[in-house]
Design a binder for this molecule. Structure first.
Ligand code: GLC
Length: 558
């Protein structure tokens, strides 16, 4: 097994405000989350990623902080947070938090001071231009909701830069004082006991913005600096970053040209995410095989984080127009399901027509491919979205715990909830909730528990190599293998709806007593691997061989 805990982790992502409300004010809180830690432990989660926890006017769901050294009072106090870390630790669960430092809220005291006078000590903490920058209408992240990246501030009598909404002024990372402050923030949370950070908008943090230049240079050295700093403070803290960039740029985020992994430990695999969606839409594994082949070789210790759904729209911008149309047609045909012209604002279960076999297939694929899987709250019970809510809020509805009012999320009056719970229909809390599924061994939740258990018994998935098996296979079938110091796993996924028989007999000589670890239904024993049955939309996780410490030269147990 790997020394690097994050290689073999199962990460669960949630927003405290929609998870569990302990005090009946309609907003989820830290004590509510603490009361659900046993649920998460039972699900096999080993790491929680908490979305922004800081005080915030909440105009971008907390991604607009006003104080990086505190928790949102609606969630509790720093004391509650320390208790959360303690209780999570007792259950073997690590906690990482969102580090959103590309920008602050415009209500942050730093910005308020900066705009008030050119002499403010915080003036240079932000990015200003006295003239109207020529690239003012370029580089928007939220087209339709955002018209510009430079906005004139009357108080400051100057233009300020904001990669995202105009209430999120960008910090100036060219200023050493800002870099020092970020290190201080990181140190503070490490000292409290977090195991790392999900770095929001990494490519923009390192952008050395020049007014008028829509392609301003990037200073990757800051990532090296930050990594060094973090590792001095805590040897095993992890930096997991959001960097949805061109494939040939990716390596620079992991490490410098010297070839060592001295920057970010992990990146979300946006490329694979888009290709997985395409493969599922076309019922054809080719896009996944391509993604695996095109993945740049990573320096040792660097790791991908895989995901199907996150808290934003599914971003299909790296697919070609034709490919994107195929995904839209299959998974988000109505205009209202689409966002920013590039994405889909739905959860996975409704996208897949609530077809249980297809949902299992999709998650089995994600969890068996290389990297560390990240699961978003509610996906384990197959929650749906609420398209009547604006933009990305559609997929940010409260967790559905039970059939009680408000889905057991809160005892507040329904009108006081942070967001309405999904009611009625196939995805309403009356049908889709933890309590019902916990009692049903055939539920999606029970399946997730079995699947994460199989994953944790197969550390080669996270720590080993992942290779598509290069041989002629029935149409729609993907075969891949994971090889690591603990042994070899082989996986079959049938993206088509037709039954298939797969011959992997050539692998039999590598095998010691191969057996199924997880499958969509019981199959005949794997035998000599030369006639493996695979139902339409079926999958099989087969352990080919296991290596033991002290194994002989052929890797067989001695
Ligand atoms: C990231 C987050 C997104 C947020 C944005 C601005 O892209 O994932 O939710 O709106 O950063 O902070």
């Amino acid at each position: 097994m790997s020394d690097r805990w994050y290689s073999e982790a199962v990460i669960y992502c949630l927003d405290i405000d929609t998870f569990a409300d302990s005090d009946g004010d309609g907003v989820g809180d830290i004590q509510g989350l603490i009361s659900r830690l046993d649920y998460l432990a039972g699900l096999g989660i080993t790491c929680l990623w908490l979305q922004p926890i800081h005080p915030s006017p909440n105009r971008d769901d907390g991604y607009d902080a006003t104080d990086f050294y505190n928790v949102d009072p609606r969630f509790g106090t720093l004391g509650d947070f320390a208790e959360l870390l303690h209780q999570a630790n007792n259950r073997g669960i690590r906690v990482i938090i969102d580090l959103v430092v590309n920008h602050t809220s415009d209500q942050h005291p730093w910005f308020q001071s900066a705009r008030s006078s050119p002499d403010s000590p915080y003036r240079d903490w932000y990015v200003w231009s006295d003239q109207q920058p020529a690239d003012r209408h370029q580089g928007m992240v939220f087209p339709g909701e955002q018209n510009e990246t430079w906005t004139y501030d009357r108080t400051a009598k100057s233009w300020f830069y904001h990669r995202f909404y105009k209430f999120q002024p960008d910090l100036n990372f060219g200023n050493p004082a800002v870099r020092d402050e970020i290190k201080k923030i990181v140190s503070f949370w490490i000292q409290l006991g977090v195991s790392g950070f999900r770095i929001d908008a990494a490519p923009f943090i390192i952008e050395m913005t020049e007014p008028g230049n829509a392609n301003s240079p990037k200073d990757f050295a800051f990532l090296t600096e930050l990594r060094q700093h973090v590792q001095w403070r805590s040897g095993d803290a992890v930096l997991l970053a959001e960097a949805n960039v061109e494939p040939d740029e990716l390596q620079k985020y992991f490490g410098d040209s010297g070839g060592s992994a001295n920057r970010l430990h992990m990146l979300f695999d946006f490329m694979l995410n888009g290709r997985l969606m395409l493969a599922l839409a076309r019922r054809d594994p080719e896009p996944v095989i391509e993604a695996l082949r095109e993945t740049p070789a990573l320096p040792s210790g660097a790791q991908w984080a895989t995901f199907l759904r996150n808290h934003d729209e599914i971003d299909l911008s790296r697919l070609t127009a034709d490919q994107r149309q195929d995904v839209f047609r299959e998974f988000g045909p109505d205009e209202d399901m689409q966002l920013y012209g590039r994405g889909i604002r739905r959860r996975l279960a409704p996208m897949l027509g609530n077809d249980r076999r297809r949902i299992e297939l999709a998650y089995s694929l994600q969890f068996s491919l290389r990297g560390t899987p990240v699961l978003r709250y509610g996906e384990e019970i197959g929650m749906g979205e609420d398209l009547s809510l604006p933009g990305r809020e559609s997929i940010r509805t409260p967790m559905q715990w039970s059939m009680k009012p408000n889905a057991g999320f809160s005892e507040a009056d329904a009108g006081k909830l942070i967001r309405p719970v999904v009611e009625g229909g196939d995805f309403g809390y009356e049908r889709v909730n933890v309590t019902l599924q916990r009692q049903d061994p055939g539920s999606l939740l029970s399946w997730f528990e079995r699947m994460t258990r199989a994953l944790r018994e197969a550390p080669e998935i996270g720590s080993g190599t992942c290779t598509p098996i290069d041989q002629v296979l029935p149409p729609g079938v993907l075969a891949h293998r994971a090889d690591g110091p603990t042994g070899t796993m082989v996986f079959l996924h049938n993206l088509s709806t037709k039954h298939a028989t797969v011959d992997l007999g050539s692998l039999y000589e590598e095998a010691d007593l191969p057996n199924d670890m997880l499958s969509d239904r019981p199959y005949n024993p794997v035998g000599k691997l030369d006639a493996l049955e695979l139902a339409g939309q079926g999958y099989r996780w087969i352990r080919l061989c296991r290596s033991y410490a002290g194994a002989g030269p052929a890797g067989r147990p001695v």
